[in-house]
Ligand binder design. Structure first.
Ligand code: HEM
Length: 462
């Protein structure tokens, strides 16, 4: 059942969870403050955490506060201001609750307990990650605002306030980037954040309107989701509405120059020229830069592409959208029956400077990328399954493939050179050709966290 946030009966449920889980906070700038409790400083840390939610102008916002601020922005143009989210790693729970309790209450959540450093994702060894991510982190405070200077001031304030009991391991800044049609994009230039599970009635109504769908049976892809896709009981609090969510954070660096050069070389190899050239990138991502799904059209420019999501893969085969395309690997839609239950709420944001319309040779080879973030009810069944069993698995999806389906060429971790099959004529299975493509995304570090309930944060000091 979708949520109607205007229903007063649901207020307590939305007040009990953190914001940003069921709906993205939507701010342009983010700061990710990675913290570690100092030895013997458990109580000062707990007091500070409780102040993040108990002060009148709380930094960390509940789902209800976030949605109310959205409503006021839409109707009265009142700026939503600073948004905060607070996430705790397993090591962080040990610091706050002691090892026995942390282990008991998270028993069965093996991936969370082990942390990302020990995850079997084929990632580079932690010793090769950015040094700042090699240390075990306890907490990530997410701050988001539409003003970069407000954000920087907040970060400085927090550093000052906490320096006697918390070590600031690292601060990562994110900033949304946009194409000329004002659609949010990632650094390779593709519209991002289009396909999301929708939890709210008003979001689904807008979706039906955007897609001109008058009858539910005309839906090709159902974007609706229930809260349980991303929410689980917060076992540290004895109150039924108190729920939290497992949170993935991964810093993924993008070599934009390398990607664009390889794309151009592949186009030449496949003899795709003129308007067809753009289809090479689309066959790697699964969508053209403007968002048009390559399963739906052989050319970009579809009206409303930056929001279009109503398609599936019923077309028999891979001569429109290849099996290795990033969005087909990470959400095979109707072709894998459990795909809907594996969806995550993606909340990533790019990092690094974006310069539009520059020659390939001047494009960055590093220093830019995506701070991938997602909420899910299970790390094993959602994020890890997608990364490990789908993106990293060159035999997925099973079926009649021209060649092996191959790795996800955006995020697949494995051999650096990966083979993929491409149709030189859109939709023509006899025009398939195999070709190699390199990897241009590198994992620089990350961690698994839990986004606890508001009640946990409020009462942690008791
Ligand atoms: C630098 C790294 C990444 C880039 C450049 C990237 C880029 C994109 C783009 C352009 C889209 C299409 C827009 C949309 O539907 O929202 C997309 C969709 C998606 N990505 Fe990524 N992504 C990255 C990392 C990841 C990671 C690490 C995962 C998960 C393991 C992931 C999972 C997904 C999923 C589930 C979708 C939606 C697929 C669908 O429902 O059709 N992405 N990504």
């Amino acid at each position: 059942m979708l949520i109607n946030q205007y229903n007063p009966q649901l207020r307590s449920e939305l007040e009990a969870i953190q914001g940003n889980i069921l709906k993205g906070h939507g701010r342009k700038y983010t700061a990710h403050v990675f913290l570690k409790g100092k030895k013997g400083q458990r109580n000062s840390t707990a007091f500070w955490i409780s102040e993040l939610v108990n002060k009148e102008e709380s930094v960390v916002k509940s789902g209800y506060q976030q949605l109310k601020a959205n409503h006021l922005f839409k109707t009265q143009k009142i700026d939503g201001g600073l948004f905060g989210g607070f996430y705790i790693s397993f090591e962080g729970y040990i610091f706050l609750e002691g090892k026995d309790k942390a282990q008991r209450l998270f028993s069965g959540n093996t991936s969370f307990i082990n942390g990302m450093k020990r995850a079997a994702l084929n990632d580079p060894e932690p010793s090769k990650w950015d040094e700042v991510y090699q240390e075990n982190c306890h907490f990530m405070l997410l701050l988001a605002d539409d003003s970069k200077s407000t954000l920087v001031n907040q970060v400085e304030k927090i550093k000052r306030e906490t320096s006697s009991f918390l070590q600031t391991l690292h601060i990562e800044y994110g900033n949304a980037i946009f194409n000329k049609n004002k659609a949010a994009i990632e650094h390779f230039g593709y519209a991002d954040g289009i396909s999301q599970p929708l939890f709210f009635e008003d979001e689904f109504e807008k979706y039906l309107n955007d897609h001109r769908i008058r009858n539910l049976k005309d839906l090709k892809f159902d974007p609706r989701a229930e809260g349980k896709l991303v929410l689980v009981k917060d076992k540290f609090v004895d109150e039924p509405h108190s729920k939290g969510s497992f949170f993935v954070y991964r810093k993924l660096e993008q070599n934009v120059k390398g990607f664009k050069k390889a794309e151009a070389e592949l186009a030449e190899k496949l003899h795709l020229i003129g308007v067809d050239e753009e289809r090479v990138g689309a066959m790697i991502v699964g969508r053209f830069e403007d968002g048009t799904p390559v399963e739906v059209s052989g050319h970009e420019g579809m009206m409303g592409a930056e929001r279009f999501n109503d398609f599936d893969y019923t077309f028999n085969g891979e001569s429109k959208c290849p099996f290795h395309a990033h969005i087909r690997k990470t959400n095979p839609r109707n072709t894998e029956k459990e795909a809907a239950d594996r969806r995550m709420a993606r909340r990533g944001i790019p990092f690094g400077e974006y310069k539009p319309d520059i020659p390939i040779d001047e494009m960055p080879i590093g220093g830019v990328g995506l701070l991938f973030m997602s909420f899910q009810a299970s790390l094993e069944d959602q994020f890890e399954h997608i990364q490990k069993n789908w993106a990293n698995n060159s035999d997925f999806p099973q079926g009649k493939a021209y060649d092996k389906p191959g790795l996800d060429l955006i995020i697949g971790q494995g051999k650096s050179l990966a083979k993929g099959a491409y149709a030189t004529e859109w939709g023509n299975p006899t025009s398939m050709k195999s070709a190699d493509f390199n990897h241009f995304v590198s994992m620089r570090g990350g961690e698994y966290f839990f986004a606890p309930s508001m009640m946990y944060l409020k009462t942690i000091n008791i």
